[in-house]
Design a protein around this ligand. Structure first.
Ligand code: UDP
Length: 364
């Protein structure tokens, strides 16, 4: 899809969600884009994606654009990185500088609202707990109210965090979770739980066509270098031949799911007819688990460096395992995660390698 750059004044041609566009995006020439009213084809669907400059949201936007959606991103840019939206330069999305904790300014018609905004990095849990709690509570209310007002379908990104430190494995969608209320992760974990409860309330009270995904440990290209989650940490450490930091004794385990698989699952869920999809909650994850100490060895093998492994204290509330039950996704969506950890990690390592080389070339 070709991209037309439109001066700021012309954006009024398109029904704007907000008047402001952040300077940063303007300076990167990412301000939308095609003169929608001039040649809008009725068949093109319109979607709002909150958090569209983030990791998951950004990949989702890319997929929607590839299917000729007209996409409006609502994002305050606070946890985005330049690399997260460089790829948007080739597309025709509209980017609005908007914090979802405020009601969405609205006009025009929308078919789908994807609520994917929220800081999700462990490094943010300490620094931005209030913002995280409110993005997932007030922000979700604003997203749902917006979808309701526009008679649009809502797809809400929850998280495997709703299961907390689970006492059963794997975690079926019906498992209520085992979630400590008073630790550093609580604003995120409880925020996601509240987001789900509120979504269900909208389904019951307003008959809203809303659906919920629970992704499990998603990874892939375009995660922030300083994201703080385990795969970005291990990959950047191994590429720099710096010690790999394993927290605790490394016997805790996770199931890692490649970003393309998750986006495919999101899109499948979003495309279910209302009678099948409304009110659905579905895990999106890969069932094969790996211990974190084994993950460290795997990353070393793929990167082909041999840094030492150093052991650091386990963060507060760190779950000992998480593992998705995937039957519902298989039955409802005919979906499973097809990317092996080996091949997903290879793609991820290559992206980080290029990104780091590019940054050091720019600094020279
Ligand atoms: N972890 C680690 N070293 C790191 C970063 C994370 O050992 O440098 C561990 C972390 O303690 C957790 C696991 O890796 O047990 C997954 O952490 P992540 O933050 O990626 O995901 P989550 O804990 O939310 O599942």
């Amino acid at each position: 899809m070709s991209r037309h750059r439109t001066p700021l004044s012309q954006t009024s041609l398109r029904p704007p969600l907000a008047k402001t566009v952040c300077d940063r995006h303007k300076s990167l020439n990412l301000l939308s884009s095609k003169p929608v009213l001039a040649h809008k084809m009725e068949k093109n669907k319109r979607a709002v994606v909150t958090g569209g400059l983030g990791f998951l949201g950004g990949h989702l936007v890319e997929s929607l654009v590839a299917d000729e959606y007209e996409v409006t991103i609502l994002d305050n840019g606070m946890s985005a990185r330049d690399e997260a939206f460089e790829y948007l330069q080739a597309s025709s999305v509209e980017i609005i500088d908007h914090d979802v904790r405020r009601p969405f300014p609205s006009s025009g018609a929308f078919d789908e609202v994807y609520h994917f905004a929220s800081r999700a990095s462990p490094t943010d849990f300490e620094e931005h707990p209030v913002e995280i709690a409110l993005t997932n509570s007030q922000g979700t209310e604003n997203a749902l109210a917006f979808a309701h007002k526009h008679d649009a379908r809502a797809i809400v990104a929850s998280s495997s965090a709703v299961y907390g430190d689970p006492e059963v494995s794997p975690q079926h969608e019906s498992y209520p979770g085992h979630v400590p209320l008073h630790n550093e992760r609580a604003p995120y974990d409880e925020g996601k739980r509240f987001a789900e409860a509120l979504t269900e309330a909208y389904v019951r009270k307003h008959d809203l066509d809303a659906r919920i995904i629970r992704p499990f440990n998603v990874y892939g290209p375009r995660m922030r270098l300083d994201d703080g989650r385990v795969i970005p940490n291990f990959v950047t450490q191994a590429l720099a031949s710096e010690p790999i930091t394993v927290y605790g004794d490394g016997t805790q385990s996770r199931c890692f799911c490649y970003i393309d698989d998750v986006v495919r699952g999101v899109r499948k869920l979003a495309s279910l007819p209302t009678e099948e999809g409304r009110g659905t909650v579905v895990n999106l994850g890969r069932q094969k688990s790996i211990e974190i100490r084994e993950l460290a060895e795997t990353v070393k093998r793929i990167v082909e460096t041999s840094p030492e492994i150093v052991y650091k204290p386990l963060p507060e509330g760190d779950p000992s395992s998480r593992s998705p039950a995937v039957e519902r996704a298989a039955a409802l969506l005919d979906w499973s995660a097809s990317t092996t950890l080996q091949s997903g990690l290879k793609e991820t390592v290559e992206w980080y390698r290029d990104r780091i080389e590019m940054s050091s070339a720019q600094q020279r």
